[in-house]
Design a protein around this ligand. Structure first.
Ligand code: SAM
Length: 190
């Protein structure tokens, strides 16, 4: 690895937000997963969480452009996933078009936060909605009911990025030196 490449990866790792994450609940279309992971990389998310039932499990070779830069944890059930995220002290937000949902821009994303996105056709499950701390919605003023899930993810994640940037969270390294070393030397990066 060239010194420039090494430095670029170090700079990326220094900005990773370990207390901001995404949970994809049975989001199963490869181009959607790929687009969300790409946005996660762009806003400095270190790890994404997925819940893929057997019927949605992606083939191992599915190309996700930014996957090598973003860690992934798969959970067997949504209960497992959300319990894990709550045990890390995260507020769990579910993107959901409901009457109780608040505008996604009213949330404080500088808190440890996990944002759940639901399946392309059916949205988030009742179990996810019941376990979440808050429903959030991106206002829809036209004729279609919802956005593509990757578009919704980009909007919410860039609001989180905006808020975190303002308070300087990208200037404070969150990953431990040990985690950076593991990422650098065990990842086999080109
Ligand atoms: N019929 C589904 C429903 O009622 O939830 C639509 C699912 S939508 C195509 C797929 C996912 O995109 C949703 O589960 C949510 O995560 C996200 N999404 C799309 N539009 C949204 C919006 N306006 N507000 C919040 N989340 C949205």
């Amino acid at each position: 690895m060239s010194p420039e490449r090494y430095q670029r990866i170090r700079t990326m790792l220094a900005k990773r937000q370990t207390d901001l994450t995404v949970c994809l609940e049975n989001v199963h279309k490869p181009h959607n997963v790929s687009a969300v992971v790409r946005t996660c990389d762009a806003v400095g998310i270190h790890r994404v969480h997925t819940v893929w039932e057997q019927k949605y499990k992606l083939p191992g070779g599915t190309a996700m452009g930014s996957q090598q830069w973003v860690r992934q944890s798969n959970h067997d059930t949504i209960g497992d996933a959300l319990s894990h995220l709550k045990s890390k002290g995260m507020q769990v937000l579910v993107t959901h078009l409901s009457d109780t949902a608040v505008d996604f821009r009213s949330i404080d994303y500088t808190k440890p936060t996990a944002i759940l996105f639901g399946q392309e056709k059916y949205g988030a499950t009742d179990e996810a909605i019941a376990m979440a701390d808050q429903d959030i919605v991106i206002p829809m003023l036209g004729m279609v009911q919802s956005l593509n899930v990757s578009v919704a993810a980009a909007l919410v994640l860039y609001e989180a990025q905006r808020q975190r940037d303002i308070v300087g969270m990208y200037d404070q390294q969150q990953l431990s030196e040990q985690a950076c070393q593991e990422f650098l030397f065990e990842g086999g990066y080109p």
